[in-house]
Design a protein around this ligand. Sequence first.
Ligand code: XMP
Length: 319
Amino acid sequence: DWTMPNYVEEAVAKIRAQVGNEEVILGLSGGVDSSVAAALIHRAIGDQLTCVFVDNGLLRLNEAEQVMETFARGLGVKVVHVDATEQFLGHLKGVSDPEQKRKIIGREFVEVFDAESKKLVNAKWLAQGTIYPDVIESAGAKTGKAHTIKSHHNVGGLPEHMKLKLLEPLRELFKDEVRELGVALGLPHDMVYRHPFPGPGLGVRILGEVRKDFADLLRRADAIFIDELRAAGWYEKTSQAFAVFLPVKSVGVMGDGRTYEYVVALRAVETQDFMTAHWAELPHSLLGKVSNRIINEVRGINRVVYDISGKPPATIEWE
Ligand code: XMP
């Protein structure tokens, strides 16, 4: 009989048989797939697993703390936390082209991850949270069937010289099975059912040049939007929701004074497959509350707009 507890037991036995007493490295992003892979592999081999968590400075509010809290303190997983904010933002300075930004973020990730991995001299395995749809997608890419409009960098960047064996325990699972597995392994519900977040993070949600001060404003605005969506029961009804930073200033009034500050756009969509999407018809009262909170609480933003574009022709992300 197929049950989740039986599946966990089987998957654990399989990992133990594969890995033996060798050591494993895993790049933990905080996303669902790498998180569930980490929890499963840790269940199987404990301290033989070392996770590398790279903070690129483009994560959401408190995201690094949450990852460390859940994995390092909560589950007792060995996690190397690398704060590479300066390196990423340094290389992004002066760059405004979206694809160029993606390439830089992808390249720096490989470089940081590679450098950390080399310090783990006994590692023989590289674990990845590859799931079944990724397997299909990359098979399609090889035959030229899949065409990606945006280059997605976060699958498969194994440096050739490392000669690590690949451990991919989620290869046969669909996304909803991965989520169920995550819950069975004791990961927090909110982490396992979180909206997808792109590899380049806020790097493609700050239009044009990425700056630290813009990222700080955007993080706070985004957190307010997501909090209010959750509080109103709309988070589960939308497939993806986030704030976008527009590096454009507009005039406002506050008290007796005139302000001249930046704009934030809110994006919330409903979709099955992320290939097409409808903008979510959020209640006006909810949008109003989010707008008021952002403008009152995030000094530096004085205008909030709501994106009512479908995909196609617009994409879900603004870059
Ligand atoms: P678009 O903007 O193309 O997004 O409608 C479709 C889905 O893909 C995500 N996305 C990315 N994910 N790296 C990622 O890992 C990327 O460069 C990237 N660009 C878009 C987007 O968040 C949405 O879920």
